[in-house]
Ligand binder design. Structure first.
Ligand code: SF4
Length: 354
C-alpha cells in the first residue's frame, strides 16, 4: 500500500528500488548489492564518516576519511593514536570539537566496550560526541535499526514530499514524524541512505530534478509548484565581526613558534599561532618583546557564529627562546602548514606570500 495518495506500492519500496540502481559510491558505504549478499558495514567506518560529515560536505570529507582509515584502520588503532597526530590529520576539516570527541569516543569504545560499538540508538547516544542524529545514522546504517535519520537533506525531502510550509527549525519535530512514519522495518539502513542520496542528488536545494525523481507522483510540493521554496527557514541573525592579531615568529634556522589552544572553545586543542583574544577591539599580546612588523593585508575567516578579521605580525625568533608550557618550537623540517586549522593556514599564507 502506498503511504500517500492511495496508489499501490509503498514509498519506501519505490525509493529502495531507485537506490538499488543509483546509490552513490562512497568510501564508507557498503553498496545495496553487497548488503543483499550479507556484507555488513563496519560500525567504525560508519561512525567516523558520520562525525566527519557533520557540517561538512561529502566532497570535503572523502580524502580525510581515506587518510584516517589508512592510518588508523580500526577503532583500537585510533584510540591508541597521539592526540596531536589526530588533531593534525583533522586540520582543515573545521569544528575541532569533533576531533577531540572522536578520540574520547574511540577510547571509550576501545577501553570499556572491548572495541565494539553498541548496536542500538539509545546506547550509542551515551558515547562522547554522539548526538541524536549521529546515533540514529549509525544505528540505522550499521545495525539496521528502524530509526528515523534526519539530516538537512532528509528535512528538505520531507518538507517537499508533504508540502510543509512551517519554517525550520520549528518544523523539525513534524518532519521527524514524517521521516519516522516512512522508515521501513525491512532494509532501514539502505532506506536512510536512499533518502540522503535523493536529497543530495535529485531533491537538491535550488533546482530539484522532479522529472527523474522516484517520488514525483506522490510529491505534494511538486504538484503545488512550491518545491524550490521549501523548506522554509526562519531568517538568520546577521553574524557579528570580531578582530584579532596573530604573531608569526621564525628563527634564522627556520624554527617556528606555535601555541596549542586550550581544549575547550573554538579550535580547542589545535596548534596555531600565538595571538590575542578575538573581540571587537583586541589588546595586543605578543609572545615576546620584539620589533613586530605588521604584514600588508589581513586574514578573513567565517565561523558558524561570527566573521573574523585577523591582522598578522611577524618578528625574528631569537635563539635560546624558552617556550611557555602551551607553546612548541617546531623546526622547519617538521612544520607543515597543512596541519594548521584553516584560519591559521591563511595567516601563514599571508606571511609566505608577503
Ligand atoms: Fe523533491 Fe521534486 Fe522529488 Fe518532490 S518530486 S521529492 S520536490 S525532487
Amino acid at each position: 500500500m502506498r503511504d500517500l495518495n492511495g496508489c499501490s506500492g509503498s514509498l519506501s519500496d519505490e525509493l529502495l528500488e531507485w537506490y538499488d540502481r543509483h546509490a552513490r559510491d562512497l568510501p564508507w558505504r557498503v553498496s545495496p548489492a553487497a548488503r543483499k549478499v550479507g556484507e555488513r558495514p563496519d560500525p567504525y567506518r560508519v561512525w567516523l564518516s558520520e562525525v566527519m560529515l557533520q557540517q561538512t560536505t561529502v566532497a570535503a570529507v572523502r580524502d580525510y576519511f581515506l587518510r584516517f582509515t589508512t592510518r588508523w584502520p580500526s577503532v583500537a588503532d585510533l584510540a591508541a593514536a597521539a592526540d596531536a597526530d589526530v588533531m593534525a590529520e583533522w586540520a582543515g576539516l573545521g569544528y575541532y570539537a569533533r576531533a577531540r570527541n572522536l578520540l574520547k569516543c574511540a577510547r571509550v569504545v576501545a577501553d570499556d566496550l572491548g572495541g565494539q560499538f553498541p548496536d542500538n540508538h539509545d546506547a550509542l547516544l551515551k558515547l562522547p560526541g554522539i548526538g541524536p542524529y549521529t546515533a540514529a545514522a549509525i544505528a540505522s546504517i550499521a545495525f539496521d535499526e528502524p530509526v528515523a535519520v534526519l539530516d538537512g537533506n532528509v528535512e528538505r525531502v520531507m518538507a517537499r514530499l508533504h508540502d510543509i510550509h512551517d519554517p525550520l527549525p520549528g518544523a523539525k519535530p513534524l518532519l521527524r514524524d514524517h521521516a519516522a512514519a516512512l522508515t521501513p522495518d525491512e532494509r532501514p539502513g539502505d532506506y536512510a541512505q536512499a533518502v540522503m542520496d535523493l536529497g543530495a542528488t535529485i531533491c537538491t536545494p535550488r533546482k530539484p530534478a522532479c522529472g527523474i525523481c522516484p517520488w514525483q507522483t506522490p510529491c505534494a510540493a511538486r504538484k503545488a509548484g512550491t518545491a524550490p521554496d521549501l523548506p522554509k527557514k526562519m531568517p538568520k541573525k546577521p553574524k557579528p565581526t570580531r578582530h584579532g592579531i596573530v604573531y608569526l615568529a621564525r628563527s634564522e634556522t627556520g624554527t617556528w613558534l606555535l601555541e596549542r589552544r586550550p581544549d575547550k572553545g573554538l579550535l580547542g586543542g589545535t596548534l596555531g599561532w600565538p595571538g590575542t583574544d578575538w573581540t571587537d577591539a583586541p589588546t595586543p599580546n605578543p609572545p615576546f618583546t620584539a620589533d613586530w612588523q605588521e604584514l600588508d593585508g589581513e586574514v578573513r575567516h567565517t565561523f558558524t557564529h561570527f566573521h573574523l578579521v585577523l591582522r598578522v605580525q611577524s618578528a625574528r625568533l631569537q635563539a635560546g627562546f624558552n617556550p611557555a608550557p602551551n607553546q612548541e618550537l617546531v623546526p622547519e623540517e617538521a612544520f607543515r602548514a597543512t596541519d594548521l586549522p584553516t584560519v591559521m593556514r591563511k595567516a601563514y599564507e599571508l606571511y609566505a606570500n608577503r
